[in-house]
Ligand binder design. Structure first.
Ligand code: CTP
Length: 400
């Protein structure tokens, strides 16, 4: 059962959030509530406190008796963040990263999946500013349950009505079931770039930052998977999470050894690492001196194609590869899928702005055997990771 943080904001539909909280509790979830000052005009803190047996989080500057900052504690505690109802104001703040109260600060800090149920006047909903914010939040990986058409509190009909509490709880449940597909599954993720030594000082490396692979490991861990994260060279912090075991490697052969071992007990492998295709046949034991040679010729030999080896022996395990291409994305990705016997290839054109090495966003195309390629919109790497992990969960469930 999940830990759900419910964020209530200033909309007349706030009174219906009371039923949503009750429904979620009845379904066995643990619920805590935070609300904005505007929401207090509709439902008071005593209601939330009595329902959840926890004080509502509504003050950015409050400190608990244990010295915790309540909004940060709530952000870290939750598996799921549900904003219900979401006003136009909170959508605007979330889209631009504002954090001027306890609700928006927690929503900015949380690593939990964010589910949003907007409710507002139909003209506010249709306003291009609101629609721009919704589009931005979708790109950032936020999930929406769209408002319905119907009679508004204003006395006229329009799109802006919050769906009924039963529909909202059902949506949250279907979302959690999808996420549960990975609970206790063993997922091996590789991230970052390998380095092949030339001598004790130099190496052949690549531009991988590790951001994509690390985002995938985090997304899998947050859905309860048991993650083995094998990292080469990365330029971002490696996550500390009880579900993630981190192993560090330098060369392709070291990576191969670790993946091969972890793969034995795995349910899925995601090869997001940028792996060197060649290494020096015999790295120099001493530093190469420029005076010794006129020009320098290096003899390179092929490394083990880890994805291919795992693909060949995968059995029921799910194998996902990446294809970083500069041209002919679909042809190369489709050929790689077959050549490496993978189940999914995440292909991206690294020449596109907003895609590829070092960036925080990515635009990928998913290539699989049983479907035409699906082009995903440009999203944050965190959002791409979440969608990919959902897809992996779905594929693993279908295999059972
Ligand atoms: N990969 C691997 N072992 C290697 C090289 C690559 O497991 N020695 C994996 C990468 O982690 C990635 C996928 O294979 O998931 C794509 O590798 P890439 O080298 O880009 O593509 P190739 O199909 O090998 O073709 P080419 O290098 O010719 O583009």
């Amino acid at each position: 059962m999940a830990r759900i943080a419910v964020y209530v904001t200033g909309s007349i539909a706030a009174y219906k959030a009371v039923s949503v909280v009750r429904d979620l509790q009845r379904a066995g979830h643990e619920v805590r509530v935070a609300q904005t000052k505007a929401a207090q005009q509709f439902v008071g803190p005593a209601t939330w406190g009595s329902l959840t047996h926890h004080p509502v989080v509504d003050d950015l500057w409050a400190m608990s008796a244990e010295g915790q900052v309540p909004h940060v504690h709530l952000a870290d505690w939750s598996d799921l963040a549900l904003v219900v109802p979401a006003s136009a104001d909170v959508l605007a703040k979330m889209a631009s990263g504002l954090a001027d109260d306890a609700v928006t600060s927690a929503l900015l800090a949380t690593q939990a999946r964010r589910l949003v149920v907007p409710a507002m006047n139909s003209h506010m909903w249709a306003n291009p500013a609101t629609q721009r914010n919704v589009a931005q939040l979708k790109k950032d990986g936020v999930h929406f349950l769209e408002p319905t058409d119907g009679m508004l509190a204003e006395g006229y009909a329009g799109k802006g009505r919050m769906p009924e509490p039963a529909t909202i709880s059902k949506w949250v449940d279907s979302f959690l079931n999808k996420s549960n597909a990975l609970t206790k599954k063993r997922v091996v993720v590789t991230a970052g770039g390998t380095r092949e030594p030339l001598d004790p000082v130099r190496f052949i490396g690549n531009r991988s930052s590790g951001k994509m692979g690390i985002a995938i490991a985090k997304a899998a861990a947050l859905r309860g998977a048991d993650v083995n994260l094998i990292v080469g060279q990365v330029s971002v912090e490696v996550p500390h999470h009880p579900n993630i075991r981190v192993q560090r490697v330098e060369t392709t052969e070291e990576l191969f050894e670790k993946v091969d071992l972890a793969f034995e007990k795995a349910d899925a492998l995601v090869m997001a690492a940028a792996v060197a295709d060649f290494r020096l046949a015999k790295p120099n034991e001493q530093k190469i001196k420029k005076d010794q040679n006129g020009n320098l010729t290096l003899q390179l030999v092929k490394t083990t194609d880890i994805l291919k080896v795992m693909g060949q022996k995968k059995g029921k395990r799910l194998v996902v590869g990446f294809a970083a291409e500069t041209e002919h994305l679909l042809e190369n990705g489709t050929a790689e899928l077959a050549r490496k016997n993978a189940d999914l290839i995440v292909a991206n054109d690294i020449t596109k702005a907003g895609s590829g090495f070092g960036k925080d966003t990515n635009q990928v195309t998913i290539i699989s055997r049983d479907q035409d390629p699906v082009e995903w919109p440009q999203m944050s790497k965190r959002a791409v990771a979440e969608h990919l992990i959902d897809l992996i969960g779905q594929r693993l469930t279908e295999r059972k």
